[in-house]
Structures are given as structure tokens and as C-alpha cells.
Design a protein around this ligand. Structure first.
Ligand SMILES: [Zn+2]
Length: 318
């Protein structure tokens, strides 16, 4: 049985309330109108305290796609362990642990209003191309004239309420100190147990992390992946050839370690544009058992904390 949002909040508070190195804040309320009632959810943020102007921060987000529960459950069960691991290595945390609470309770990708926005609820970037046209997804081709937050008023784009909320919250953060980002998802389109990941830059630096994941679940290696990542299952930019799905962008194939590089306007894409050195989307398929999903998510979280801690040590020497 999945917890309700209230039960989720209780578990998080039970894990963290007695600590003096982390705070849980209600930073806003999400109001949704259903046919029969208005539903209101507190929107929470978990932060290390204090966060100094020189600190290096890992941002963790889970649960934007409400039916992808793996990351939310991992954070609910392991948030204390994650805080310990980060703080003993000098890394600070900012965590948005359940970005779409009404979708989580209803097990729906979008919120209780069914609002997918203009381009899905994981909508953070617009790219302006050299011919002046505007897109939310460059595929694997990192070519554009300019980029902007999708919430920039110049676009007048409709964002679902939970997406507008995290845009507003992000703009209050010390963005230049966010060195790493992990966005925890769960692929509900592939019916085999797999893990794979979206990343940017030199993905070879994550080889050891991929090897650790491979030890607990198969890696979706050398495969075309289009799991409605951004635009949902009704958006299918793919063709079928000899019974196999072939994307129209042949570079959108995972590598031997399961990495896909795709500039698709997601939260990690925004953060890498803002200068984060590490920006990862973690995907485990929905048929992966919960305990295995936890292991994969924790390998990524601890692996990125280790990488950020290594940066800390290097800069200490300079
Ligand atoms: Zn997702």
C-alpha cells in the first residue's frame, strides 16, 4: 500500500524533526479544484542548515510524474541516511521530495486536475533556434541560439501548478552553488526490470556508478528509449522498423552504461544550463521491486555526493 501524502509527510518529519542540521519548510500551498472539492497540499522543501555562500549543494527532486513512485519512497525511507552521508562529506542538500502530491495520491502522471500544461509537467526550458523558432526539446543536438526558463513571461506558457511552484522556489535558491542535481523518476512504459539514466557532459565519470547499479538490476544499454519522458505517452516521435522502435534522432540511444544525453527542457536540463556540473535523471522501470529501486536511487545519490565531495577536496588544495 502506498502512503497518503499526509503519511509521507509524517514519515519525513519523524526522520528529521529532532535534527539541528536540516530543516523542513512548508514553502507554499498547491490548490487544486476537482468537480466536488478544492484539494490543498502543503509544498515542502528540506534543506541543510546552515547553507553558507561557499557551500556546494546537491539538489534532489522526486515525484513530478505522480505515477512514478520509486524516488518518493526512497526519500521517505532513507532521508536521514542521505542527510548523514552528505553532511559527513561536507555536501549540503536541498530536497523537493514530492513535487506532485495530488498525482502521487491518485497514481497519475499529471495532477488531480489532469493538467499536463503546454509541454508536460517537467517543463523548465525553452530553446530559441537560429531561425527564431522555439522548442522545448533539442533531442541530442546541443545547438541553439539562446535558452530561457519556460516560465519566462515572453512565452506565456501554461505550466501546471506544481511546476509553477518549483519554478518559483528554484528562483529563490543560491543557484550558482548547486553543483549537482538528481531527479528521481520511474519509467512506466517498459515492462522489463531495467535502470537507465539521462545525463550531460562526460558520462564516463559515472562509469563506476553504472557498474554498481548493474550489480543490482539490468542496465538498459544500447537501446532506443522514448518513454514519454517529457511529453507523455501521447507524444511518440518514433517509427517502427522491423518490429523495433527507432527514434527519428538516432543519437537518442543509450550507451553501454545506459546513459542518454537529451536536451529536453527538464529540470536537470535547466540546472546544467545554469552551471550544475552534474545533472542526472534516474529511471528505474515500474516493474523493478521497490527494494531494488531504493538501491539504484541510493547508489546515484551517494555517488553524486561522493563526486561533489571530491570537488570540495580539490578546491581545498588550491
Ligand atoms: Zn518521469
Amino acid at each position: 500500500m502506498l502512503p497518503t501524502y499526509q503519511e509521507f509527510l509524517t514519515r519525513i518529519h519523524t526522520a528529521l524533526d529532532a535534527r539541528n542540521d536540516v530543516i523542513i519548510e512548508n514553502v507554499g500551498e498547491l490548490h487544486y479544484q476537482t468537480e466536488s472539492e478544492e484539494k490543498i497540499y502543503d509544498y515542502i522543501k528540506i534543506s541543510s542548515t546552515p547553507i553558507l555562500p561557499t557551500d556546494n549543494i546537491l539538489l534532489i527532486r522526486a515525484g513530478i510524474h505522480g505515477d512514478e513512485v520509486a524516488g518518493v519512497l526512497t526519500l521517505m525511507k532513507h532521508i536521514g541516511e542521505i542527510v548523514n552521508y552528505a553532511h559527513t562529506r561536507g555536501v549540503k542538500l536541498i530536497v523537493f521530495p514530492l513535487d506532485n502530491p495530488s498525482g502521487f495520491e491518485g497514481r497519475t502522471r499529471y495532477n488531480i486536475e489532469g493538467d499536463r500544461g503546454d509541454a508536460g509537467n517537467n517543463d523548465f526550458v525553452r530553446y530559441i533556434l537560429s531561425d527564431g523558432s522555439i522548442t522545448d526539446d533539442l533531442g541530442s543536438q546541443n545547438e541553439f541560439k539562446a535558452w530561457k526558463w519556460s516560465s519566462d513571461p515572453m512565452f506565456a506558457i501554461h505550466l501546471p501548478k506544481e511546476t509553477a511552484m518549483i519554478h518559483a522556489q528554484l528562483k529563490k535558491l543560491p543557484l550558482s552553488r548547486i553543483i549537482g542535481v538528481i531527479d528521481l523518476h520511474g519509467d512506466n512504459f517498459i515492462n522489463q526490470p531495467y535502470a537507465y539514466h539521462y545525463a550531460y557532459g562526460d558520462v564516463r565519470r559515472y562509469h563506476e556508478i553504472a557498474e554498481n547499479i548493474r550489480a543490482v538490476v539490468p542496465i538498459l544499454a544500447n537501446e532506443y528509449v522514448n518513454s514519454g519522458y517529457l511529453n507523455g505517452p501521447d507524444f511518440v516521435p518514433e517509427i517502427v522498423r522491423d518490429g523495433k522502435i527507432v527514434l527519428d534522432d538516432p543519437d537518442l540511444k543509450s550507451d553501454a552504461d545506459g546513459f542518454i544525453v537529451r536536451y529536453e527542457g527538464s529540470l536537470p536540463d535547466l540546472m546544467q544550463r545554469l552551471g550544475a556540473e552534474h545533472a542526472i535523471t534516474v529511471e528505474t522501470t515500474g516493474v523493478v521491486p521497490e527494494a531494488i529501486g531504493d538501491k539504484v536511487n541510493m547508489i546515484w545519490i551517494k555517488g553524486l555526493i561522493d563526486q561533489i565531495a571530491k570537488n570540495n577536496r580539490n578546491s581545498d588544495r588550491e
